[in-house]
Design a binder for this molecule. Structure first.
Ligand SMILES: [Fe+2]
Length: 300
């Protein structure tokens, strides 16, 4: 199972696409002007250097919300998720995605309204040789009313595994990468942030420099996290969401022992391994509430 993409709806999708392509640095894979039958109308598809046809879909709409977070997996995994989610009474709908890359699968509405889509048979594309492009998404983190419950639910239904628990988050993996998602103990459900995987630490640092060239300073970072051990730099995008440059997330073995909050403590005045950067707590908090999940389809 691999995290592929996030699908957002928002006003001024063209401006958001311009930011991601020309400042964040990514590639426009399809735009509304292409009028493609395999794409949502009014949608900009943004890709990175890797094999996925796109990483972020930005669809023009009246308000900002998350349409779905998409994983690619086997048909066997889809069948298993479908069965377990139905048995748990969750909404599951068969889906033939009208999004770049196609494929088929299901969309599952988790307990707090998170819309996770699982597809198989979607197309892959040739890689691009550009060390400054994000390679792929490495994680999409959700805010949760009850992060503990969400962690248990995805273990039960999606066959994900909790990697670590901290005072703030429950980190969850769907393959050997330490986390592809996490549930933040926020007290409400929303998109917390989208993390783009960069090729290496230099690519993260050059990314920070590129954003600074355009008068965007990090909301937090550069730094290195505890759980996952990844290097990070967070920015608040002009379209409202929190986006992250990330690299070198820990690869964990199957028998990785999940840490508890008491295993992940910091010395006083320290919230990452390096301690070199300030964090804009209030700005991030506001942006992390901007995009809620919204179901626009009727469950089967
Ligand atoms: Fe992150």
């Amino acid at each position: 199972m691999r995290l592929r993409s996030i699908e957002l709806v928002l006003p001024n999708a063209a401006e958001a696409a311009d930011y991601l392509v020309n400042i964040w640095h990514s590639v426009l894979a399809a735009s509304p002007a292409d009028k493609r039958s395999d794409c949502q109308p009014g949608t900009y598809y943004i890709r990175g250097a890797g094999n996925f046809p796109y990483l972020v879909a930005l669809q023009e709409g009246e308000s900002s919300y998350v349409r779905s977070v998409t994983y690619v997996c086997s048909q066997q995994a889809i069948d298993s998720i479908s069965e377990k989610a139905w048995a748990k009474g969750l909404n599951v709908t068969t889906e033939t995605p009208v999004d770049l890359g196609g494929g088929s699968g299901i969309i599952v509405e988790l307990a707090e309204g998170e819309l996770f889509r699982f597809i198989t048979g979607s197309e892959e594309v040739d890689t691009i040789n550009d060390p400054d492009l994000p390679v792929k998404l490495t994680h999409v983190v959700c805010n949760a009313e009850d992060a503990e419950k969400s962690g248990h639910l995805v273990e039960e239904i999606l066959d994900f595994t909790v990697s670590d628990r901290t005072k703030g988050m429950v980190f969850v993996r769907c393959n050997s990468s330490h986390h592809s998602t996490a549930f933040a103990r926020a007290g409400f459900s929303s998109l917390n942030h989208i993390a783009f995987e960069m090729a290496d630490m230099d690519a993260v640092m050059r990314g920070v420099g590129r954003l600074r060239d355009h008068q965007f300073t990090p909301a937090w970072g550069p730094g290195r996290h505890g759980p996952g051990d990844n290097v990070f730099a967070y920015f608040i995008a002009p379209f409202g969401a929190v986006v992250e440059f990330s690299t070198a997330v820990e690869i964990v073995p199957d028998d990785y022992q999940a840490g508890a909050p008491e295993d992940w403590t910091w010395p006083e005045n320290r919230i990452d391994q390096w301690g070199m950067s300030d964090k804009d707590f209030s700005g991030l908090k506001e942006a992390e509430a901007e995009f809620r999940f919204k179901r626009t389809w009727q469950p089967e």
